[in-house]
Design a protein around this ligand. Sequence first.
Ligand code: 6PG
Length: 237
Amino acid sequence: MQTIVEVLPDKSALIERSLEIVLTKIEAAIAQRDIATIALAGGSTPKPLYEKLAEQDLPWKKIHVFWGDERYVPADHPDSNEGMARRAWLDQVPLPAANIHPMPTDASDPAAAAAQHEAEVQAFFTISTGTFPAFDIILLGIGDDGHTASLFPHTDALQVRDRLITVGNKDGQPRLTFTAPLINQAHAVLFLVAGASKRPALNHIFAPEDDDTLYPARLIQPQGELWWLLDEAAGEE
Ligand code: 6PG
C-alpha cells in the first residue's frame, strides 16, 4: 500500500485535485484494461466533483459506475446516493445505462439486496465467491464519527470479511455497503475530507494505535494507493 496525504487550501482546491486524480486513474485504467471501474461515495463532499465530471469528454462506454454504499431508500428519495450522483453527473453524460450499477434498495430485506448486489458485482467481474475484485477507483468520505462508506462504529458490518457487500447500520437505519476487504482490494482509494468537524476523527484515524471499531476508516488499508485529500480546515494538524 502507498499512502499519499495532500492538504489543499480549501474545498474547491480539494475538488479540483480530486478531479485531476480521478481523470488520470480513469485514463490509465482504460489504457491498461480498456475499462475503468469507479465506486462513488455518498454524502455531500463529492457532489461538486461529480458535477465537474459531468463537464468532461470521456470514453463513457468504457466507464462503469458503482456505489460504495447506499442508504436503503428509493433512488428518487432525497437521501439516495444514487439519486445525487445521477442528478449531479450521470444523467448529464452519454454513459450507457448498462454501465451504471446502483445498489438495489427495493427488496423488503436489505440482506437479500446485499446478496443480490454481491451477485451482480461477481457477475460483472466474472469472479466466484471468495474472490475480491479490484476496483480501479473507490471514492470515500468520513463522517465526524470516523465511519466510512456505511461502515459505522461498533456495527456488525465491520467484522464481515468473507463478503463483498453487506448491510450497514446507521442508528438502526439499514444501509448497503462495500465491506472493508472489498474496499481494500482497490487499485486506488481516494478519501475526500473537508471541514473542521472531521479533524477529531482524522486524528484518531491517523494515530499509529487506536480503536478500529470506533474509527472504521482505519480499516481501509488498500493493496493499491491510498489517497487522503483534505482541505486545511480538516487536515491542518
Ligand atoms: C454516505 C456516505 C458517507 C459519507 C460520510 C461523509 O452515504 O453518507 O457514503 O460515508 O461519505 O458520511 O459525508 P459528507 O461528505 O456529507 O461529510
